[in-house]
Design a protein around this ligand. Structure first.
Ligand code: SF4
Length: 505
């Protein structure tokens, strides 16, 4: 019989969450580096360079890889010979570990969890509760996987109950383009197949904990149906040309994972859950000898890449930029922004459009300004702001026309593509939409020299800040004519990949 102390479990969960907030799994870094080396699309290669540089900075500085520090997801396998010392439930112990990790003073993480999701949407303040899955297994240890799942990638999850004769490959290839770039590729697709509706979703999530090993599988060949699916989907999804951050390129997925379970004769459940550029998970066992010891990775495994601005990069002073200037920007252009910008995301946009609907004045003047869709991590020590990468812009699409037409806003900065209503509003108002790299949040925060809350402080990380930035790297995603890099880039790269494949035949 093994006795596990309550505090050991709490400390282990807290340590694991701190660990994964700044250390990518090494297999993920190696897979991104491999994709970076073979990438031929300049925009996608630049995006992966930023992800790799950001990762190394986070590993060295012990600050979060992404401003979205995730919803905690835990898989626990409890041995039947384990006893607990302490009076808390296992769920309470895990949540105490979450609380301890997310409020750690040296590396405070962002509290992103809201209770009453269709009502008051009130922040719980410490990122609790976690989503926990239990299994009782033979043995005398507790085996735990801890993950912190980004909201942007979770939002792109898909599920279908196919007819038994339907093709899983066809369905996945139909779904992936509809996921856009809000899941911050390159990443991994977890696929759950069979069982029931909820079992398929759970398997898709659990498969993301597996080691990235597609190269080994390619070398040895498939030995069962799941492996055949992995190989076929890996090639076919990458052939879509979506590329890193949806900019068009050779690598969209670093691996495809498939888990299956026996199914009812009438059903073929299938689920996709993507893991993003901020893939974060770690495994540990507790055997009664104390809290888990998580060794720091060897930083030699992180490539040293230097980000260099070539002569095509334009430097833009946001304090002086004019309508004539922005009209010359084209999709795919790289800019280095300096000067002042405002921030705002979902809750701030809702509030601002509600105020505008009443005819009242906004608390901030948006005339000729840029707004950055971001919810930063709180700063520690000498930081102006914590990691502050972009959030998914499509969520702001429904507010965009009002914001542009009623406030004089000049441009927006976010991540991933815009929906058609957003693009129409941008074109009709000759505005622009720029993107920063999702999953490079600490790197972006280094370009922010000052941050001040200027409106709606009650919204916490969703408040409106004014940022002062110096050389913040962005890419033009939608120009004043409504042309979108997320439409053009994948089209070009899909055709190029097709041509390459034909030449090989
Ligand atoms: S990398 Fe993208 S999807 Fe992942 S947590 Fe960060 S912003 Fe969200």
């Amino acid at each position: 019989m093994t006795i596990i102390r309550q505090q050991d479990l709490i400390d282990s969960v807290a340590d694991a969450l701190q660990y994964i907030s700044y250390y990518h799994p090494v297999d993920f870094i190696q897979a991104v580096k491999k994709a970076y080396d073979r990438e031929e699309s300049k925009a996608a290669k630049d995006a992966m360079a930023q992800i790799l540089v950001n990762s190394r900075m986070c590993a060295m500085g012990h600050r979060p890889i992404c401003q979205d520090t995730g919803i905690v997801t835990v898989f626990v396998r409890v041995g039947m010979n384990v006893q607990w010392q302490g009076d808390m439930s296992l769920t309470d112990m895990i949540n105490q570990g979450v609380r301890q990790a997310y409020t750690h003073p040296d590396n405070v993480l962002r509290a992103s969890i809201l209770s009453d999701p269709d009502g008051a949407r009130k922040n719980t303040g410490d990122n609790t509760p976690a989503v926990i899955h239990y299994e009782i297994v033979p043995g005398d240890k507790v085996s735990i996987d801890v993950a912190a799942k980004g909201g942007g990638s979770e939002a792109k999850s898909k599920f279908a109950m196919l007819n038994p004769s339907d093709s899983v490959v066809d369905w996945v290839l139909k779904m992936v383009p509809t996921m856009g770039a809000g899941w911050c590729p390159p990443g991994i697709l977890g696929i759950g197949l069979g069982g029931t509706a909820e079992k398929a979703m759970l398997m898709a999530k659990e498969s993301l904990l597996e080691h990235i090993d597609i190269s080994e599988l390619q070398a040895r060949g498939a030995s069962n149906r799941n492996e055949e699916l992995r190989l076929e989907l890996f090639d076919k999804v990458n052939a879509l040309g979506i590329g890193a951050q949806g900019l068009g390129g050779l690598t969209t997925v670093l691996d495809i994972k498939v888990k299956d379970y026996p199914s009812h004769a009438a059903n073929k459940a299938v689920a996709i859950i993507p893991n993003c550029a901020a893939t974060r998970h770690v495994h540990f066992d507790l055997d009664g000898s104390g809290p888990a010891q998580l060794d720091p990775p060897n930083l030699d495994d992180w490539p040293e890449i230097t980000l260099e601005a070539d002569e095509s990069v334009r430097r833009v002073n946001l304090n002086e930029v004019t309508q004539e200037d922005i009209a010359t920007w084209k999709p795919g252009d790289t800019l280095l922004l300096s000067g002042k910008m405002l921030t705002g995301r979902d809750a701030a946009h809702k509030k601002m459009t509600d105020i505008l609907a009443t005819g009242e004045k906004l608390p901030v003047d948006l005339t000729d300004r840029f707004i950055y869709y971001v919810g930063p991590v709180d700063p520690v020590r000498e930081e102006a702001v914590g990691p502050a990468g972009p959030t998914t812009a499509t969520r702001m699409d429904k507010f965009t026309r009002t914001m542009l037409e009623e406030t004089g806003l000049m441009g927006m900065i976010g991540k991933a593509e815009r929906g058609q209503i957003g693009i129409d509003a941008i074109r009709d108002n000759q505005a622009v939409y720029l993107i920063a790299v999702g999953g490079a949040a600490y790197l972006v925060s280094k370009a922010i020299t000052n941050a001040e809350v200027v409106a709606f402080p009650e919204l916490g990380m969703e408040a409106i800040y004014e940022f002062e930035v110096k050389d913040m790297p962005v890419t033009v995603a939608v120009d004043t004519q409504g042309e979108s890099v997320h439409r053009i880039g994948p089209q070009i790269w899909q055709a190029k990949i097709e041509e390459k494949t034909l030449n090989l035949v």
